[in-house]
Design a protein around this ligand. Structure first.
Ligand SMILES: NC(=O)c1ccc[n+]([C@@H]2O[C@H](COP(=O)([O-])OP(=O)(O)OC[C@H]3O[C@@H](n4cnc5c(N)ncnc54)[C@H](O)[C@@H]3O)[C@@H](O)[C@H]2O)c1
Length: 252
């Protein structure tokens, strides 16, 4: 019997779902009827997120997965298909933000950022593609950043570069997989106070909020709402877009 929930009978994988934006969207999609598969490297936080969803009556599965390892990503997708039978939605959210300038960028930091923010995103898309193509249905939501369009101003230059690559990737995938009924879009957030933004002190936050036309910082709820729109059937004629979500701070 249909309950009329937006994501009823849909199966969604959310990467980086243990905390921050990923946890919020996993909880919100579950509340709207989705079977949510939460993937993250942080086991304890992942278990806490699973507990919250189950307490609220949702159906979910937790998979410890490092998206920089293609074998673990393939195993995540195989496990999802085994347990849930299908994959309708991929929220490619896991990310890493290094701080410092160009001169602080050593090989390790450079490789880690590209491995998580670009290669990991690609691995996840590659892994879900065969089953989405076979069913002629799929919604892929990538996570870029304002820095992917406008460049970094407080993060390392490799962060914006990796998030800019996500915008290009989003367009390429949209073009390649559109004929199979698969949408691929991205969100480009700014100034959401998750653990990722630990290095912003109160003064930095105030300065950022004052520079935003809406005069506030972003929230995980703001981003979750947009991700859900892009993951739902209402947005089925939108593909290849990277949508700004920044209170008007940057417009293009
Ligand atoms: N917070 C912001 O202002 C902001 C702005 C623009 C873009 N973003 C992007 O939004 C996404 C979510 O960020 P957030 O702010 O919620 O940060 P967060 O640090 O709170 O959450 C990131 C999650 O990703 C997980 N993760 C990191 N590396 C992983 C890996 N290799 N495999 C699996 N999981 C991994 C972390 O364990 C964590 O749970 C990221 O892609 C980030 O770059 C955030």
């Amino acid at each position: 019997m249909r309950s009329g929930k937006r994501f009823e009978a849909r199966v969604a994988i959310v990467t980086g779902a243990a905390r921050g934006i990923g946890k919020r969207v996993a909880c919100d999609m579950s509340a709207e009827g989705a079977y949510v598969v939460l993937a993250d490297i942080e086991e304890q936080a992942l278990n806490a997120a699973l507990h919250d969803i189950q307490e609220a009556g949702g159906t979910c599965l937790g998979v410890k997965c490092d998206i920089t390892d293609p074998d673990q990503v393939d195993a995540l997708v195989a496990r999802t298909l085994e347990e849930a039978g299908q994959i309708d939605i991929l929220i490619n959210n896991a990310g890493f933000l290094p701080v410092g300038g160009i001169e602080d960028l050593d090989e390790e930091l450079l490789n880690k950022t590209v491995a998580i923010n670009l290669k990991g995103v690609l691995y996840c898309i590659r892994a879900v593609t065969p089953s989405m193509k076979a069913r002629g249905y799929g919604k892929i939501v990538n996570v870029s950043s304002i820095t992917g369009k406008n460049g970094d101003n407080s993060s390392s230059p490799v962060y914006g570069a990796s998030k800019g690559a996500v915008i290009t990737l989003t367009r390429s995938i949209a073009r390649e997989l559109g004929p199979y009924g698969i949408n691929c879009n991205a969100v480009a957030p700014h100034a959401v106070m998750t653990d990722l933004m630990h290095y912003w002190d109160e003064q930095r936050k105030k300065k950022a909020a004052d520079a935003i036309p809406m005069r506030r910082l972003g929230t995980v709820e703001d981003i979750s709402h947009l991700m859900m729109f892009l993951a739902a059937d209402e947005s089925s004629f939108i593909t290849g877009e990277t949508v700004n979500i920044n209170g008007g701070y940057y417009m293009d």
